[in-house]
Design a protein around this ligand. Sequence first.
Ligand code: FAD
Length: 429
Amino acid sequence: MSTSSGEAEDAQVIVVGAGPAGSTVATYLARAGIDVLLLEKTTFPRDKVCGDGLTPRGVKQLIDLGLDTSEQAGWVHSRGLRILTGDLTLELDWPELTSYPPYGVARTRHDFDDLLAKTAVKAGARLRERTGVTAAITDERTGRVVGVRAKEGQEKRPVSYRAPLVLACDGVSARLALSIGIDKQEKRPMGVAVRRYYRSPRHAEPFIEGHLELWDRSDPRHPKLLPGYGWAFPLGDGTVNVGLGMLSTSKSFRNTDYRALLRSWLDSTPEEWGYREENAVGRIGGAGLPMGFNRTPHYRDGLLLLGDAGGMVSPFNGEGISAAMESAQLAAECVQQALARSQGPSRERALHGYPLALKELMGGYYRLGNLFAKAIGKPKVMRAATKYGLRINPLIPLVYKGLSGCYDASGGDAVDRLISVASRLTPSA
Ligand SMILES: Cc1cc2nc3c(=O)[nH]c(=O)nc-3n(C[C@H](O)[C@H](O)[C@H](O)COP(=O)(O)OP(=O)(O)OC[C@H]3O[C@@H](n4cnc5c(N)ncnc54)[C@H](O)[C@@H]3O)c2cc1C
């Protein structure tokens, strides 16, 4: 193959990053008979800092990809969410819906990402590990992305690869997008989250947990409400993934020691839960959560942004795997259509279908989420929301479905329709 500038092409599509977005899109494209080069800076299996939990919305993506999501296949199932806030504990089963299954799953990213990368390779994608992409190569005349530069192997040998289309799936660092000047939008919310694994008798609980109030009770006479929200996702293997996150809309966002915050919260949880230093497995890890489409455009000049690289973490709940895989599904469809057309305006039209499809699927919901993130960044609003929102029975399904993103976007019940209408009506920020 050769490019219009006469340079040899190495693939029809280059995918940068083999996380959930990259491995998923590589699988779909390879299954469609497209020659895909999947470049990944690490080697599998490897760890990735995450909560390791998927709501039913994420499980649908696994099913769409053809994966066996049964417990026998290594997934830990959850039947719903336990919400803890102050003196209130609610246990809510995942909703019965047309669009999503009634169970969530958890699995360490160590295993999960390895499984996804293997699925891509099995489908025919050519995975090159230890290949850290440093920048896009652009055509001097047109500015179009025609490949990538990378450093390969232990010796970091400089290499370059060329293809008519490049997919940025390189996560929150978004190095590829930055290399062609696609910056993040500071007005959109960002999150920071930290997590650690603990050996705990709660490892086989059927509910994943969301802690909407974090208390430091080191001085029992003066319990202190800490900023942020916590989670505990049982992994069924003797351990629980426990962590907390905070939004950039919160005043404390920049001046918080997140690791210390996690320790003071967990020291205040009941001793029998086991979230103590002596039961910790590994160190505390943390990373940023790019939310609410905080990096756009999602398509420009031959480069598509997927998953975290396009800022697709939900501002409602910090979940990013399902959106990464949803974006992969949409990107694969558009790329397949585009490559079936000759280079030029018609192919471009097919590619511009990708940001449109993303907007259609998540745009309104994320606009609503960005407003939500802005509001709950104020401790008073947050406290009122947890105090009243979860104590008024008719509001619970609305809060639950809205926050988890598990609702039927077309059809469904009155609550589903209300969320869909609110999403459509929310104006752009
Ligand atoms: C503490 C924490 C907890 C979280 N908990 C959850 C949760 O429970 N559920 C959930 O759904 N989401 C959670 N998220 C968000 C979730 O981790 C991300 O949204 C998700 O991983 C995004 O997938 P991705 O494929 O876009 O990016 P990533 O998973 O980040 O994958 C990017 C891949 O690209 C590779 N890469 C990066 N740069 C380069 C480069 N220059 N060249 C080559 N390869 C490169 C990386 O090594 C990696 O393999 C959490 C995030 C954090 C920080």
